[in-house]
Design a protein around this ligand. Sequence first.
Ligand code: DGL
Length: 275
Amino acid sequence: MSETPPPRILLFDSGTGGLTVARAVAEALPQAHLIYAADNGAFPYGAWEEGALIERILAVMSLLIAKSRPDLVVIACNTASTLAIWRLRERFPDIPFVGTVPAIKPAAALSKTGVIGVLATPGTVRREYTKALIDTYASHCTVILHGAHGLAALAEDKLYGKAPDRRQILREIRPVFRKRKGRQTDTVALGCTHYPLLLEELTAMAPWPVTFLDPAPAIARRVVQVLAERGRQPGEINGAVAPSTLMLTARPVAERVLDAYAVLGFANHMVMPAS
Ligand code: DGL
């Protein structure tokens, strides 16, 4: 029997969106101990003012890291990654961080028409980081950046059992569907980890078929690579199910919120108030 303990991976988001990334990481590393942390006390991040959000993220991450002692952290949130990942790397130099940023590079590579949409939170579309990704990887494309105000909340509600209002979904996504000089949007990067939870509704309500890009599989591959670079093998577990832990920053409003996390593999929870 191997002595290698499974790596401890902390995945962080403002809410349930990062579960789309957790799912991909669990598939790639079924032995890993996943610790999922949601700053549900501050959801949604997309509406926060930048300075206050940086302070919030640094404070919450300090608590989470002290408590969970991770081998690697995944910031499974575009809004937090595009704003604070380098500050987190500076603050915690011994821990590798894998971020989540809008999949603009793959979208530009995949698009045949050269018209790509980027759906993200209002915070993410304002970031210099996002603009730099466009300048670097998609300057040959027409890029339609759109900050959706209510999509992340619709995704949360769906997970808690409330059917999303499809007309509202159409209003939220309509701006990235553009026709120009005989060319139209054919690829849409989902720049918020909540949005893949709505893939079925996004596909049904799209004015015409497009490829929606979910970055989760690429993030999972990066996690495997970074752990390997640090000499961390997947490790072994004695039981059939790898351990998993859920950390929240506020008591959930209803029992069904915890049920939703449990269905996705996070049954053991602790509440760690952050103020
Ligand atoms: N899931 C987060 C992201 O990827 C944002 C949701 C929120 O607004 O809190 O950007």
